[in-house]
Unconditional design. Sequence first.
Lengths: 269, 274
Amino acid sequence: MVKKLFKHEFYAYLRTMLPMHIILLGIALLGRFVQLFENDSTAYSIVFVSSVIVFIVGAIVCTVLTLVFGIRRFHTNLFSCEGYLSFTLPVTPTQHIWVKNIVAVIAQLVSLVTIALATCVITLGDVCNEIFKAFFYITKSMYAEIGFNTTLFTLEFIVFVVLAIATSYMLFYACIALGQRAKKNRIGAAIGVFFIYYFVMQILSTIGIIILAVFEQQLRLPELFSYLEKHPVTAVHLVFGVSAVVYVIGFTIFYLVTRSSIKNKLNLE
Amino acid sequence: MKKLFKPTILVVLIIMMLSTLTGCKELDSMRKVHAVWTEKGVYDSFTLNGVEYKKVLADNLPYVYQMSEEQIFVTEPDVPVLLAASNGITFSKSRDGNFICGYLYDDPTIEYALNHAFSASEYINSGTNYVLYCKADIYEDVLEIINNGIEYNNYAYLYYDYEDGMSTASYYYLTDEENEAINKIIKEAKPTDDFDMDDNYSNLYISTVSEDHYFTDSVEYEILFSNDDSKYVFTYYSAVEEEWLSYQVPEDMTDTFDKITEKERASLKATGIF
């Protein structure tokens, strides 16, 4: 049943995302077409800059819409009228959450790949060729300088991106799951929960910064920074590592909140 | 929908094919300032737009007079053009393109290292040297000029031509007669504090240059000239006397000074200053 759930989730994304991705690629192709008429005139500059702006806006819209669509699907499938049907399926709430999250993360990654592909299209030819040359040169130089750490950085970066996306979705899921407990205006309540979370995080991070500043010597932060300055490779590993741990903790908390709400406090009225 | 599929694919393919055949002006302009060392790890010569430049190996390297604001970036041969500015050594180019000069680290690999975040901090305090490169075809001539000792008895100044609101920088090299007049004043005239000049005057800086106009010793002289009359005061900082010296240009030289300042006067008139 989980397989079917995945299948239908992917189909749903495909129906919405495919036209959006085709439009973005079309915008990129149109942008490249404009560049075929490159000249020094003001008219060309206006058209060229406009085409680039449209492309950038298109790429942002593509990312944001994917996020919005993922959140909307979670809300509609589980907490609207569709919820009655979804929860009659022989699937546990845990499986529902995981399926939604995994497909949403994949969809967001596909969006990023499409944006990269569209960037290749809009720069097709000489520029694209040079971008790739620069990319491979940087990779080669990094390998020459820091060896296997380059591979580790790449893997850590991919993990970091995946965790960041997954945690962002899970945060929204938790907000929706908590918001649906309200008797009226549940979407508004979910937004309220999000802003309360944001506000609390701001306060906590400010307190954290104050603590670090006050207990700088006791926590031996100058020594740590001095060490990291001398060992930049370790510093990058540390940044990725700490970020990953923070995201995993965040993800776990949001997941538990979401699951607990669905399991114990499901409100489909 | 199906009917549109084939034409769409055709259009896409045509655009993609045309894209591979056309260049990019911005990229071309980046290529124009991207030079590569002839041999990897050797900093004696490089090639810029197919022209070879050789490092002038001489003591007391002179300064090039006609320096432009154009910067070039010299990299190892395998560095792509998009990374030339960040991974290259930055030099300046002369306006006539004959010379390229700048400062090179004692060990040029340091400059490359500075571009790499992972090893930058180790090299911050390393010293640099002034270096001069010239086109390979004039290398022998330049070396001969430098080895024979350069005399800076000629003068020149930079002025601007204005046309349709656009300005073009040009150099005016003083003629033999004009050079002689300047040298005569420096050698023979007596400095004075009591000179005759109108309230409405402008000034012009002239630089000493070598006879071939390639080099300068960076000494500048100032000519104050009346905007409405042929009155001239010649002034400069004497390194020997350690003070500013001023000379009233004698009347028999005013015609020569009229010629010297002609371009600058025209330039000032074009800008509406007088």
